[in-house]
Ligand binder design. Structure first.
Ligand code: ZN
Length: 229
C-alpha cells in the first residue's frame, strides 16, 4: 500500500494550516502476492497501479474535500457513461479510536451524500478499521457489481505517525487524512471496461482508430471539463 509513504512525506516538513488541504498523488506500482488460483485476467493481478491520493485536511475541511472528490468521481465515470452507487461503510467491530469521533464522521459523510443527492446506501460495519468510508460500486453490462473507487476518512494513521500542523492560533494539531482512489486498480478498471463494452470501445478510447478520424466530440468535452476544473 502507498499509505505509509504519504505519511512519511508529510512528516518531512513543517506544516501550517495554510498548507492544508495538502494533496499527494501516487500512481506507483503495487504488488499483491495472491494465492494460487486467485489471479483472474486483468481483474486480479499481482502487480498493478491505482489512481491513489492521500489528502491531509483540517477537521473543518473534510466536508468540502469530500464534495470535491465526489465531483471528480462523477466526472470520471460519466465520460464512460457508467452509473455508480455509493456504499457508506460504518464502524466495524475491530475499530480504532473513539466512538464519538466515529459517529461525528459518519454523520458528516451521510450529510454530504444527502446534500449532493448521491445514490447511496449504508453498509453497517463495513468501514475500514481506521475510519468510515465511501465505496463506489458500479454494475457492468451483465449486471455484476464491482467495487472500484473508495474514499476513506482516517483519524488514526496521522496520530500513529505523530503528524502535526500549526493552526492559526499557534497550537499544534493533528491533520485528518483522506485516502482516495477514483478508478481503483487501473488494470482492473480496464478489465471492467472491456467487459462493459464487450470489446467494442467507443472510438475515443479505441486502441485502433481510422487515420482520418477527427478528435471525437466526447474527448473534446472531457478536455473542456478538465480545463474548467
Ligand atoms: Zn492510503
Amino acid at each position: 500500500m502507498n499509505c505509509p509513504n504519504a505519511m512519511t512525506i508529510f512528516k518531512q516538513g513543517i506544516h501550517s494550516y495554510r498548507d492544508l488541504p495538502l494533496r499527494l498523488s501516487d500512481c506507483d506500482a503495487l504488488h499483491r502476492h495472491e494465492k494460487s488460483g486467485e489471479l483472474n485476467g486483468l481483474l486480479r493481478v499481482q502487480k498493478f497501479a491505482q489512481d491513489d491520493a492521500h489528502i491531509f485536511v483540517t477537521e473543518d475541511q473534510i466536508g468540502e474535500e469530500y464534495k470535491r472528490i465526489l465531483e471528480i468521481a462523477d466526472l470520471f465515470y460519466s465520460v464512460f457513461g457508467i452509473k455508480f452507487k455509493i456504499r457508506l461503510g460504518t464502524r466495524p467491530d475491530d475499530f480504532m479510536g473513539d466512538i464519538a469521533t466515529w459517529d461525528k464522521a459518519e454523520k458528516e459523510l451521510e450529510q454530504i451524500l444527502i446534500d449532493n443527492k448521491f445514490d447511496y446506501f449504508v453498509g453497517q460495519g463495513e468501514g475500514a478499521f481506521y475510519g468510515p468510508k465511501l465505496d463506489i460500486l458500479m454494475d457492468d453490462c451483465l449486471g455484476r457489481q464491482w467495487q472500484t473507487g473508495t474514499i476513506q476518512l482516517d483519524f488514526q494513521l496521522p496520530r500513529k505517525f505523530d503528524l502535526k500542523y500549526t493552526d492559526s492560533d499557534g497550537s499544534e494539531k493533528t491533520p485528518v487524512v483522506i485516502h482516495r482512489v477514483i478508478y481503483g486498480s487501473l488494470e482492473r478498471f480496464m478489465g471492467i471496461l472491456i467487459e462493459q463494452f464487450a470489446g467494442a470501445f467507443p472510438v475515443w478510447i479505441s486502441p485502433v482508430r481510422p487515420k482520418s478520424s477527427p478528435l471525437p466530440t466526447l474527448n473534446k468535452i472531457m478536455l473542456l471539463k478538465f480545463a474548467n476544473n
